[in-house]
Write a new protein. Structure first.
Length: 395
């Protein structure tokens, strides 16, 4: 019975140690053991050792818990190492009274006289068992903390990756002629448009210092054709039915579409015009040739009037008027031209485009100019560096 009381006293001390700050845990255990006689002192020492052992791993948990983060840490540190009283009901003849104070624990320890050897061995075994049980629980807690830390690390890593994606420049298919989506940024808006920023054969250019040579004659094999028409948000564009050709030397290109810019994108010796028409052609291999016809104020143009008459009411809506338009009426009488290798003047700014800029401008009436300026007051890309490109011009 006395041994049992001693065990109870030791257990109480251990409980107190676990509940209080870990570094001080060994102290009360040692104090409690002090008044005990020699034989009982062994048991008390074992209890003190146990309390000290318990204190150690508790400290070990604290560190990873703190690193792991504020949320998980308190639950692990604050949780007592011992879930239930160390004494099993089977170990005590009578259950201990509810309120046990430190004084009664001291008294109990002091009252113990020498126990017999058998009891001593029995107690040691039980303490060892309890110690093993508690170590296993601690190991489980450490493992759980490590698992939680790993999960939190993985979550943080995932969040960081998402943040990188969010911070990356957004890919867009929208472009404009000023502001954030303007010509200076076209190359950055979409990777497919990188030529707009990095290309060295870009259009338009300021045409000057052309080499005067005998250029191939241009033959415009155009005829009245049906067409569709669209205000695509960047310009008014006319798509012609098949059968209109441009022949330059041995090259033959088919007219695909024409559209308008205001002011003219091209400059000749630093000077532009109020508007320009771009007639876009493609050959059998997909190579592009664009004919630029500069527009000045003057006489009204019938073909332009037909185009204006049939602009769809809504942007992006494709109109099919069911009448014919003769693109030949858009061309000047004289066939002299400048020619150089350049690019499309809007995204994706594709290079290897043959440019043919007619020397003689055409005219449109002030009313015709005014109508387009209401839709597109400015839809021209600024001139690009010529990068030493050769410009040829007709003699
Ligand atoms: Zn154009």
């Amino acid at each position: 019975m006395r041994n049992l009381i001693a065990l109870f006293a030791c257990s109480f001390v251990m409980l107190s140690a676990s509940a209080s700050d870990a570094p001080h845990a060994a102290k009360p255990a040692a104090e409690a053991a002090k008044p005990a006689p020699d034989a009982a002192k062994k048991t008390a020492d074992a209890a003190a050792k146990l309390a000290a052992e318990l204190a150690k791993p508790a400290k070990a948990i604290e560190k990873p818990a703190a690193e792991h983060g504020a949320k998980a840490a308190p639950s692990i540190v604050a949780k007592p190492l011992i879930d239930k009283p160390l004494i099993d009901k089977s170990l005590v003849e009578k259950p201990p009274k509810a309120a046990v104070t430190a004084a009664t624990a001291d008294k109990a320890a002091a009252a113990i006289s020498a126990p017999d050897d058998e009891d001593q061995v029995d107690l040691s075994v039980r303490i060892a068992e309890r110690l093993a049980e508690m170590r296993a629980k601690q190991a489980a807690r450490v493992a759980a903390a490590a698992k939680a830390k790993k999960a939190a690390d993985a979550r943080r890593k995932k969040e960081a990756a998402l943040a990188v994606v969010a911070a990356a420049p957004k890919v867009s298919t929208h472009w404009d002629y000023d502001g954030e989506f303007g010509p200076d940024n076209w190359g950055k808006i979409n990777p497919a448009w990188s030529q707009c920023g990095k290309g060295n054969r870009q259009s338009p250019i300021d045409i000057r210092d052309g080499i005067k040579v005998d250029l191939d004659e241009i033959d415009f094999d155009y005829r009245p054709s049906t067409f569709t028409e669209i205000d695509n948000g960047h310009t008014v564009q006319v798509n012609l039915a098949r059968g209109n050709f441009l022949n330059v030397g041995v090259e033959r290109f088919e007219l695909v579409q024409f559209h308008f810019h205001r002011p003219s994108e091209e400059k000749i010796n630093g000077k532009g015009t109020e508007m320009v028409i771009h007639l876009v052609h493609r050959d059998a291999r997909g190579r592009l040739a664009v004919v630029a016809v500069l527009l000045e104020r003057g006489k009204a143009n019938d073909a332009i009037q037909t185009v204006w008459n049939n602009i769809p009411l809504e942007k992006g809506q494709l109109g099919a008027p069911g009448i014919e338009l003769d693109a030949f009426e858009l061309l000047p009488n004289r066939r002299e031209y400048y020619t150089y290798m350049g690019s499309l003047t809007e995204p994706p700014c594709t290079e290897n485009v043959l440019w043919i800029v007619m020397k003689q401008p055409m005219t449109a009436s002030p009313a015709q100019m005014a109508l387009f300026s209401r839709l597109y007051p400015l839809n021209a890309r600024p001139v690009q560096a010529s990068e030493g490109r050769m410009v040829k011009e007709s003699n």
